[in-house]
Design a protein around this ligand. Structure first.
Ligand code: SF4
Length: 679
C-alpha cells in the first residue's frame, strides 16, 4: 500500500500523517510537529473516511440538482442581494477546516470583488483574542515561538489549556521532555483539574476569569523583586510604567488561589529564565480574552523572555488551519497576507494586485455579530463553508433561528445532514480530508501539505473551486481562473512579494520557488526562526507595547458553566463520531458537577441533570467529580441536535463577546439560571 504524506485535519498541532486508501494511518516520522506521534483522534482517521452520510451531489431545497443549476442559483441570489441591498447585505461564514487556498479565494471574492468584509470564521471562536493581543503588543499578529521551545524550557506554564486532550501531541512532547529533564517544572492554571493537571508540579485552581488578576500580580511581583530586565525594556518596550501601575491595583488573592501557591508560582516564574507560557481557549474565550492575553505578554516583555530558545508566550490554535486563515485574511477585520484593512495604502496595494473592481473599506461583521445581523434581517444571502454554526456558536438555538431568517442560505459541506444544512436552501458537496489538496499552517507557523489519497466522491468539488465557480458566474471569472490549488498558493505567495514594501511579520519568500507537489513542512519566515530575538517589533518605532489591563470583578453566580472538548471527539463529531474506537471514551452528553453540589441537588453519579440558562435548556448525565470546583459545571459541546434530543450545550451559552476581539466567552459566559435533577 502506497502511503501519502498529509496532515491531520483536527487540531492546530498540525501533525504529519502517512495515509493509505485502505485506511492505513501512521504518524509521519519526519514531520517536525509530531516526529511520528499521533493522538487517539489522529490514529483513528482511517475509520472516518467512508462515505456514510456524505453529501455527494448538489441539493436545492432538498432535491438533487446539477452543479450548473446550483451554482447559477447561488451566484444570481448573491448578485441580486448585492444589487438591491449593497455589498454588506451578504456574508460568508468560513472555517478553520478550510485549506489556505480555500480561505484565500473566499476572502478575495468577498473583500476584493463583492467589496464587503463580511467574511468571518469559526476561528473567531478559537484564537481571535490572541490575534488582538498580539497586535496590541507586537504591532502584528505574530506567534513568536516554535515547538522546540517547549522542550528547551525549564518552566512551562499552561493557562486555560487542557493540552493533554486538546493538543495531545504537544502534551506528549512535554511529557517526554520532562522525563528527559526531571528538573523541568510544569504549572497548570485552570478552574478544573484536568488530565493536563496530572503532569503538573502545581495546579492552580483559579476562579473563572481570574487570569488578569493572577498575571497582574505576577508583573507586580517581578517589579518588586527586581526581576524586570531594565536594559531590554528601555531599548525595546513602551508602556511598562503604566502597565505596572495598573497591575498594582489587582488583588491576586481574588483568584481563589492560596497565598502559598501564589508565592510558589511567582517565585518560580521570577527565578526561571527559560519560561514558556502556553495558553489556549481558557484565556481566549472570555469577555476579557484580549486583556488576558496582554496580561501574559506583559510579563514576558517586562523580562525580555521572548523570542529566545525555551522562552516566550505561546498561543496554541484549536483549528487545524486557524493560522492559515489568519494569514490570508479570513477574519472580518483583516486584509489578506497580514495587511491592514484599516490602512488605505494596504487596501490600494491589494486591490491593484487583484485588479479588483472594489475593496472593502471597513471591518465586517465578526461571528456573533454576523448572526445577530441575520436575526435582524440585515443579511439577505449567507454562505456557510465547512462549519456548523447552528451548534457551535453561543446561543445556538438563537443562531439557528437567525439562519432560518436569512432569505437565501447556501452551505458547502462534506456531510448531508447537519443542523446548519437543514436550514439551507442550497447545499453544495465539498471534498473532505483525504480527497482534497492544499496547505495548512499549524500553531508554530509551519505550512504543510494536505494531500489527496482518495478520489473525490460523487460530484464533490474542492472549496476553492466551488467559490471560484460562483465568482465566475458573478462576472469575475478572469480573477478566479484557477485550475489547481497550486495556482492559488502561487498567487498568495506572489501577493506577499508584491506588497513587500509594507513591513510586517508575514514573509513567504521562502516559498517563492517552492515545489508545491513535494512541499515539505516549512515555517515562515524561516525554519526554526523565532520572532523578536533581535528585540525588533512591528509598531512604528520598532518597540513592543505593554498594555495596562484591569482585572474584572469576578462573577459569583450559584452555578457557572464552563464548556470545552473531550479527548476523543472533534467539534460536532462529523468525522470522529464515525469511529467505533473513539466513541466509548465519553459516550453521551454529560456535565461535570462537584460532589457537594450534587449532594445539595440530591444527584448521584449517572442521574440526569437539567441545566437552564436565559437562552435554553439541556439535560445532561451527571459526572460527579471533585476535579471541578463547587459552583461550577463543565460540559463538552460536541453533541448536535442530530445526535441528542436533550438540548445542545451551546443552547445554554450567551452571545457575549470580548469587546476587542469579538471572541465569544464560551468558558464562563453562561449564566445558569437553574440546575436540578431531571425527573
Ligand atoms: Fe491530529 Fe492534533 Fe492529534 Fe496531532 S495532536 S494527531 S494534529 S488531533
Amino acid at each position: 500500500m502506497t502511503l501519502t504524506k498529509t496532515t491531520c485535519p483536527y487540531c492546530g498541532v498540525g501533525c504529519g500523517v502517512l495515509a493509505g486508501a485502505d485506511g492505513t494511518i501512521k504518524g509521519d516520522p519526519n514531520h517536525p510537529a509530531n516526529f511520528g506521534r499521533l493522538c487517539s483522534k489522529g490514529s483513528a482517521l482511517g475509520e472516518t473516511i467512508d462515505l456514510d452520510g456524505r453529501l455527494l451531489e448538489p441539493k436545492i431545497e432538498g432535491r438533487a440538482a446539477e452543479w450548473d443549476e446550483a451554482l447559477d442559483l447561488v451566484a444570481s441570489k448573491f448578485s441580486a442581494a448585492i444589487a438591491e441591498h449593497g455589498p454588506d447585505s451578504v456574508a460568508f461564514y468560513a472555517s478553520g477546516q478550510l485549506l489556505t487556498e480555500d480561505y484565500y479565494v473566499a476572502n478575495k471574492l468577498m473583500k476584493g470583488f463583492i467589496g464587503s468584509a463580511n467574511i468571518d470564521t469559526n476561528s473567531r471562536l478559537c484564537m481571535a483574542s490572541s490575534v488582538a493581543g498580539h497586535k496590541r503588543a507586537f504591532g502584528t499578529d505574530t506567534v513568536p515561538g516554535v515547538y522546540t521551545d517547549l522542550e528547551e524550557a525549564d518552566l512551562i506554564v499552561l493557562v486555560g489549556s487542557n493540552l493533554a486532550w486538546c493538543h495531545p501531541v504537544l502534551y506528549q512532547r512535554i511529557v517526554a521532555a520532562k522525563e528527559a529533564r526531571p528538573a523541568m517544572r510544569v504549572i497548570n492554571i485552570d478552574p478544573r483539574r484536568t488530565a493536563t493537571s496530572d503532569l503538573a508540579d502545581l495546579h492552580l485552581q483559579i476562579a473563572p476569569d481570574g487570569d488578569i488578576a493572577l498575571f497582574n500580580g505576577l508583573l507586580t511581583h517581578l517589579a518588586d523583586a527586581g526581576k524586570i530586565d531594565d536594559q531590554y525594556t528601555t531599548q525595546h518596550v513602551n508602556g511598562m510604567a503604566e502597565a505596572i501601575a495598573t497591575a498594582r491595583q489587582s488583588d491576586p488573592t481574588d483568584t481563589g488561589i492560596s497565598a502559598q501557591d501564589l508565592a510558589t508560582f511567582y517565585d518560580l516564574w521570577a527565578s526561571t529564565e527559560k519560561v514558556v507560557t502556553i495558553y489556549s481557549q481558557g484565556v481566549n474565550q472570555s469577555e476579557t480574552g484580549t486583556d488576558k492575553v496582554n496580561a501574559i505578554l506583559n510579563c514576558h516583555l517586562a523580562t525580555g523572555r521572548i523570542g529566545k530558545p525555551g522562552m516566550g508566550p505561546f498561543s496554541v490554535t484549536g483549528q487545524p488551519n486557524a493560522m492559515g486563515g489568519r494569514e490570508v485574511g479570513g477574519l472580518a477585520n483583516m486584509l489578506a497576507n497580514h495587511l491592514e484593512l484599516g490602512n488605505a495604502d494596504h487596501r490600494q496595494a491589494v486591490q491593484a494586485f487583484w485588479k479588483s473592481p472594489a475593496i472593502c473599506t471597513q471591518a465586517g461583521l465578526k461571528a456573533v455579530d454576523l448572526f445577530d445581523a441575520c436575526a435582524k434581517g440585515q443579511i439577505k444571502a449567507l454562505w456557510v463553508m465547512s462549519t456548523n454554526p447552528a451548534v457551535s456558536l453561543p446561543d445556538a438555538d438563537g443562531v439557528a433561528a437567525a439562519i432560518a431568517n436569512v432569505p437565501f442560505v447556501v452551505t458547502s459541506d462534506i456531510m448531508e445532514k447537519t443542523d446548519t444544512n437543514d436550514l439551507a436552501h442550497v447545499c453544495l458537496p465539498a471534498t473532505g480530508w483525504g480527497e482534497k489538496n492544499g496547505t495548512v499552517t499549524n500553531s508554530e507557523r509551519r505550512i504543510s501539505r494536505q494531500r489527496a489519497f482518495l478520489p473525490a466522491p460523487g460530484q464533490a468539488r474542492p472549496d476553492w473551486q466551488i467559490v471560484s465557480d460562483v465568482a465566475t458566474r458573478m462576472g469575475f471569472g478572469k480573477a478566479f481562473a484557477y485550475r489547481t490549488p497550486q495556482d492559488v498558493f502561487a498567487e498568495y505567495v506572489a501577493l506577499d512579494a508584491a506588497t513587500s514594501q509594507f513591513p510586517r511579520d508575514l514573509d513567504l519568500s521562502i516559498f517563492a520557488d517552492a515545489d508545491y507537489a513535494n512541499l515539505i513542512p516549512t515555517q515562515w519566515p524561516r525554519n526554526d526562526q523565532r520572532f523578536f530575538a533581535d528585540g525588533k517589533f512591528y509598531h512604528p518605532d520598532g518597540k513592543a507595547q505593554m498594555i495596562p489591563v484591569t482585572a474584572p470583578a469576578l462573577a459569583k453566580p450559584r452555578f457557572q458553566l464552563n464548556t470545552g472538548r473531550n479527548r476523543d471527539q472533534w467539534h460536532t463529531m462529523t468525522r470522529t463520531g464515525k469511529s467505533a474506537r473513539l466513541g466509548p471514551h465519553l459516550a453521551e452528553p454529560y456535565v461535570e458537577i462537584h460532589p457537594q453540589d450534587a449532594a445539595d441537588l440530591g444527584v448521584t453519579v449517572g442521574d440526569l441533570i437539567r441545566v437552564e440558562s436565559t437562552y435554553g435548556t439541556a439535560i445532561l448525565r451527571a459526572l460527579v467529580t471533585p476535579r471541578i470546583a463547587a459552583g461550577q459545571l463543565f460540559a463538552p459541546m460536541h453533541w448536535t441536535r442530530q445526535l441528542t434530543t436533550s438540548g445542545t450545550v451551546n443552547s445554554l451559552t450567551a452571545p457575549v463577546t470580548d469587546p476587542v476581539s469579538g471572541q465569544p466567552a464560551l468558558k464562563s459566559g453562561a449564566v445558569v439560571a437553574n440546575v436540578y435533577k431531571a425527573k
